[in-house]
Design a protein around this ligand. Structure first.
Ligand SMILES: Cc1cc2nc3c(=O)[nH]c(=O)nc-3n(C[C@H](O)[C@H](O)[C@H](O)COP(=O)(O)OP(=O)(O)OC[C@H]3O[C@@H](n4cnc5c(N)ncnc54)[C@H](O)[C@@H]3O)c2cc1C
Length: 461
């Protein structure tokens, strides 16, 4: 392989702060809000030109309802709740979402963008967009500054503590922190307009065997009908499209291939989400690309093939899916959304069994619910699962913490990657970085009881 040596450059230090958060997805925004709330002067650096990450640029405008336990107890508070409540108040999501019978919370991505911007400005976070973190400087065991590439040339930002909320663990990778590279699993989300959701519901009511009740977050058809008709929330479980007889028959006749191009598969996955406020615009989560997400050639091919596949899928849905007769392809996401790339090798690795069983951790810094996969079909957690601080920190660098649920140290991978989990992880990581900056210790050595006190004071624990 041909390689170049790139000459060293002088880079202007544009700003410095107590805490720098890299990546402004939902995790990073929560990390920045939490750090600022805990008294840290906070910078947020993002490669896109707006916050939200996968939730906006990836058009994953759907938050799985991991706020409540099986019996409906509220497990999650803090910034995740505040963001959702603000979305509801702004008309961007339907109210009454914290019911265990409602599996998903679809929302308007444009409303999320401006809400996150407002919250960051209110908190006094200095957000810097259009900047890709490409290097770090420091002593090896500690980061001194991040170097970002922007249109005006490279700029550097110094900080005492760093939160890596890039979702790809870029800061850890750039500073030789410990991580594993995982096989990627990504999807281009798209929305179709002109969908007759009442028509879908009426069809399902007449054909109850075609509803995949046990898939995803298990939901009875009765609850699904009620969620739409009474609460204005529509959800078709991931992989639920194939339960619909007319769709399955068309797939079996070969009218939709399983694969598209070299990289795109699972075209028939067909999870769907919308709320009444979307006026017939439905988010479709179908197909998947698996492979090395960090390879730019492969990634570019996925972007192109996924967009062509979305067009092909839209035609198929219009021809075969009840309620899609008049539908059209309204938009594809600005970019293919990635579920995982790198995972931290943390001081502790959280397992699914511990989460499902409600294991209590002395260093608990957050609580979420998820799906208890010890049962078939799976069901919601009976009690909240705890997030231990140890799965966010590692031996090195001493002043960096993982702030994204996508890359936390868990087995299996991505145990905390739902949007609720990401917001909980971000809030904990940002608070920890602020406490570490104030007490001038490596972030892994912060006084956990002090960190927990800060989270309790903020109603996050
Ligand atoms: C296809 C798909 C479907 C999903 N469906 C659901 C669902 O139905 N329900 C649910 O709850 N969750 C779902 N998820 C999971 C959830 O949406 C994501 O895990 C979550 O939004 C990730 O948030 P994050 O902030 O941790 O990471 P990201 O959203 O990836 O944010 C990382 C941010 O960092 C920025 N960044 C990255 N590298 C750099 C760099 N070097 N320099 C500067 N900035 C950088 C990125 O631009 C991005 O804004 C889905 C995920 C995917 C991919």
């Amino acid at each position: 392989m041909e390689a170049l040596v790139v000459p060293a450059r002088r880079v202007r230090v544009a700003d410095s702060a107590d805490v720098l958060v890299a990546g402004a997805g939902v995790s990073g925004v929560c990390a920045a809000l939490a750090a600022a709330r805990a008294g840290a002067d906070t910078l947020l650096v993002e490669r896109c030109h707006y916050p939200g990450g996968v939730a906006t640029a990836g058009l994953v405008c759907n938050c799985t309802n991991f706020f409540v336990t099986q019996s409906g107890n509220r497990a999650v508070r803090g910034l995740a709740t505040r963001i959702l409540d603000r979305l509801v108040a702004a008309g961007g999501a339907m109210p009454h979402y914290a019911r265990p019978e409602q599996p998903q919370i679809p929302y308007d991505p444009e409303t999320l963008k401006w809400i996150l911007i407002e919250m960051l400005r209110e908190a006094g976070v200095r957000s810097r967009y259009g900047l890709f973190v490409s290097r770090v400087t420091g002593t090896g065991s500690e980061i001194d500054a991040v170097v970002c590439e922007g249109k005006g040339g490279p700029v550097a930002f110094r900080a005492r503590q760093f939160v890596d909320a890039t979702g790809d663990l870029d800061l850890f990778a750039l500073s030789d922190g410990p991580f594993d590279v995982l096989e990627g699993f990504s999807t281009l989300q798209f929305r179709m307009g002109g969908v007759d959701i009442d028509g879908i519901m009426d069809w399902l009511e007449r054909n109850p065997d075609c509803y995949a009740a046990e898939k995803d977050v298990p939901t009875s058809l009765e609850d699904t009908l009620r969620n739409w008709r009474e609460f204005g929330v529509f959800h078709l479980p991931h992989y639920g499209g194939m339960a619909i007889s007319v769709v399955r028959e068309a797939v079996e006749r070969g009218e939709l291939p399983d694969r598209f191009g070299e990289h795109v598969g699972d075209l028939w996955a067909m999870g769907m989400f919308a709320s009444r406020r979307d006026q017939g615009r439905v988010l479709i989560n179908s197909c998947a690309c698996r492979g090395d997400e960090l390879d730019p050639v492969r990634r570019s091919e996925c972007e192109e093939e996924s967009r062509l596949a979305a067009h092909r899928l839209a035609e198929f849905l219009r021809a075969h899916f009840p309620g899609f007769e008049q539908a059209y392809l309204a938009e594809t996401a600005p970019e293919v959304a990635t579920r995982f790339t790198r995972r931290l090798r943390g001081m502790y690795t959280l397992t699914r069994d511990e989460q499902s069983a409600g294991t209590v951790f002395p260093d608990c810094v957050g609580r979420i619910t998820e799906l208890d996969r010890r049962f078939s079909p799976c069901r919601r957690y009976a009690q909240a699962g705890e997030v231990p601080f140890g799965c966010l920190v590692s031996e090195a660098p001493a002043n960096a913490i993982c702030g994204s649920g996508k890359s936390a140290s868990t087995e299996p991978r991505g145990l905390l990657r739902g949007q609720v989990g990401c917001m909980v992880v971000g809030e904990a990581a940002g608070t920890a970085a602020a406490v570490a900056a104030r007490s001038n210790v490596p972030v892994r050595d912060v006084d956990v009881s002090r960190l927990q006190q800060a989270l309790i004071a903020a109603d996050a624990l």
